[in-house]
Design a binder for this molecule. Structure first.
Ligand code: CTP
Ligand code: MG
Length: 334
């Protein structure tokens, strides 16, 4: 097993909490942003229902999971019977319709793991990704939203981590770093593992069927609003602990983090010990519902080094810098 460095957090860490909370508050989406989002959904619904009157429109991703900022795009999933046609055919037809209805920069991206149409809405100025029948994404959106209602420190921590990751250039899956979704999953698992726990494991609280189609979990989260109350850790302390965990404690060689089980499990249990195709399994993050899916699969030998250096920097800045709320979020420049 890896060396486990015991490091004490600086004594005055809590003095940085107000600054971090203020930053979090400034990142939350404005009412104006929310109404623009609704405007986009309304005009999209109009366009779609002309061609597919039975299609249902679901919002997913950060516009619906409560982890979105004013800069977040809008992610939409269309649920429909596709009959004999393929998803790609539907997307190409959808792109045509959206162009006709004067949406801008309409582009069908059909080669991705999840094929989408990307476009921007001149009315609201927002950009939007549309996928078909990706009900896992709709389900994990609700899971994240439910976790966010249990303890406010999750939203605060995840907003700060996402903001940090964007500014430090480590939120780019096409370049081998992690998705926003992966960072939120890392935050949830981290809070499940605090002593005392700040978050429960919702999937372990309910009989869950793992046949890859059932996405059930205990979702009466209003009953859990004081779950984390016994843990008094401040957001500054937790942010430091988060970086410290990923810099010095996580066992990259052997472990997989699992929100589904509320703990870490081994790569062996998942058969993630060697590279399969492009899945390198160097940093293993289990998707809560698509359990065969490693959210860290894009990470390679070079980007894992970059990620770990950034986690180390994060921990060091919070530990030693005189103005960590500024230094931590300084944009990365080459
Ligand atoms: N998603 C997924 N599996 C992935 C990546 C994403 O199921 N490997 C789904 C999740 O439902 C996620 C959504 O796609 O919430 C959008 O992903 P992403 O763009 O990473 O996150 P957002 O929460 O939309 O973040 P941002 O604010 O950066 O747009
Ligand atoms: Mg998004």
């Amino acid at each position: 097993r890896m060396r486990r460095r015991q490091v004490e957090c600086r004594g005055d860490i809590d003095t940085f909490t107000p600054g971090l909370i203020a930053l979090y508050e400034s990142l939350k989406p404005s009412e104006e942003h929310k109404s623009k989002q609704q405007q986009l959904v309304d005009s999209l619904t109009k366009s779609v229902s002309k061609e597919w009157p039975n299609a249902q429109l679901h919002l997913y991703g950060s516009c619906a999971n409560s982890f979105g900022t004013s800069h977040s795009d809008v992610d939409v999933c269309l649920q429909m019977e596709i009959g004999t046609g393929s998803t790609v055919e539907i997307l190409l037809r959808l792109a045509e319709i959206l162009r006709t209805d004067n949406f801008e920069s309409v582009e069908a991206i059909t080669g991705a793991r999840v094929p989408i149409v990307r476009m921007s809405d001149p009315g609201s100025g927002l950009s939007c990704d549309i996928c078909i029948n990706n009900l896992f994404a709709v389900a994990n959106t609700k899971l994240l939203k439910d976790y966010a209602q249990i303890d406010q420190r999750l939203l605060q921590l995840a907003f700060l981590v996402k903001h940090w990751a964007k500014l430090r250039g480590v939120n780019e899956t096409y370049r081998g770093t992690l998705s926003s979704y992966a960072y939120v999953i890392m935050c949830i698992n981290f809070l499940q593992l605090r002593e005392p726990k700040i978050l429960p494991c919702l999937q372990a609280m309910e009989q869950t069927y793992f046949d890859d189609t059932e996405c059930t979990y205990f979702d009466e989260v209003h009953q859990l609003h004081d779950f984390g109350a016994e843990n008094k850790e401040s957001i500054a302390k937790l942010l430091w602990e988060f970086f410290h965990y990923w810099a010095n404690h996580h066992d990259y060689r052997n472990d997989v983090i699992s929100v589904r089980l509320g703990k870490t499990i081994t790569k062996q249990e998942k058969n993630w010990t060697t590279r399969i195709g492009n899945d390198r399994h160097l940093m293993c993050i289990e998707d809560p519902f698509e359990t065969g899916h490693d959210l860290g699969r894009v990470v390679d030998r070079q980007t894992i080094r970059i990620l770990r250096e950034e986690f180390e920097r994060g921990a060091a800045v919070l530990q030693y810098d005189h103005d960590p709320c500024v230094t931590l979020f300084q944009p990365y420049t080459v």
